[in-house]
Design a protein around this ligand. Structure first.
Ligand code: AKB
Length: 314
């Protein structure tokens, strides 16, 4: 039976991944860690406060629980990283290299996410290939490309079983994202229910890849369970559920809330980040190598998001 340590467990992905992993492998088999104290359902199982930039603290907790797998999620997202590039380097790269060193020493299976942010303005924008130009212009992107290369390096040089995906914007009703460029999509659903309108900081016609959180969680688990011999692109599989611009979300929401209205007040800072990213990725390698598949398209996601947000607020 797997024993898994998750860093950044209170974040947008971690808070749902830990619950799912505990359902599958058992509560005591999944050790949640975060720089903040445990809260909500995450507090119902093993939890430790860990700062991933503190190598000894991370190592001590990993050894204490004798885990065989690490899922390293602790990181700053794109907009936050751009506001504080040095801090982003310290957390995103310092935390990652600490985690990889522990994986090497203890022979752990290892997952860490990359992102559509690993691409840059010179990357082909449409049907972005798996293997292509990566010259990102953001600190987050620099961290993500470096992270992909570092994780590949730990596999080829030390034989660590590293795996990862390039996540698109992730949409969830459980934990709000913080400091990302794609966060507008989540905000739009909440404000559609609460106010009936939304002002988007991302401009009309700006397409980015998106995915509903249950599909993202499923993808992580599927990739980690996959036979190692099937994987050629270990650490940076392109995956996407659909590509959408703000007006596409609005049209989908209007099928449930006809009076919903969308306005724009573009934030040049986050718009510039979005403009440097692809419009839509080609997920063919993930489909071929480990059977990546999603359940939610935009309209199915909208139906579920709106009903879950309404239930929460009832
Ligand atoms: C962000 O917007 O920073 C993230 C991402 C696409 O990596 N959601």
């Amino acid at each position: 039976m797997k024993k898994i340590l998750v860093t950044g467990a209170l974040g947008q992905i971690g808070s749902e991944l830990v619950i799912k992993l505990r359902e599958i492998y058992g509560t005591d088999q999944v050790i949640a860690t975060d720089i903040r104290k445990a809260e909500g359902r995450i507090a119902e199982g093993p939890f430790e406060v860990v700062d991933v930039t503190n190598a000894k603290q991370l190592s001590d907790v990993t050894k204490k629980y004798q885990v065989d797998t690490m899922m390293h999620l602790a990181a700053l997202l794109s907009a936050k990283a751009e506001e504080n590039p040095k801090l982003a380097w310290d957390i995103n790269m310092g935390g990652l290299v600490n985690a990889l060193e522990i994986a090497r020493e203890l022979d752990l299976q290892f997952f860490t996410p990359s992102s559509i942010g690993a691409f840059g303005p010179t990357t082909p924008k449409d049907n972005t290939p798996q293997d292509t130009l990566q010259r990102p212009t953001t600190m987050y992107g620099v961290n993500k490309v470096s992270g992909e290369l570092l994780a590949d390096y730990y596999h080829t040089r030390f034989g660590v079983d590293t795996r990862g995906v390039r996540f698109p914007g992730l949409i969830s009703h459980v934990t709000l994202p913080g400091g990302g460029t794609t966060d507008y999509a989540v905000e739009m659903y909440y404000e559609a229910v609460e106010k009936g309108n939304y002002t988007s900081y991302i401009g009309k016609g700006t397409y980015m890849d998106m995915m509903y959180m249950p599909d993202a969680i499923h993808a992580i688990i599927q990739l980690m369970e996959c036979d190692t011999n099937k994987l050629q692109h270990r650490n940076a599989f392109n995956i996407s559920a659909f590509s959408a611009a703000p007006e596409d979300f609005a049209t989908s929401i209007q099928k449930h809330i006809p009076s919903f209205s969308l306005k724009y007040d573009v934030d040049p800072f986050r718009q510039a980040i979005a403009d440097s990213w692809p419009n839509n990725l080609d997920s063919a390698c993930a489909i071929d190598e480990w059977g990546f598949k999603v359940e939610y398209d935009l309209d199915k996601l909208t139906t579920d998001m709106l009903s879950k947000i309404k239930q929460k607020q009832a």
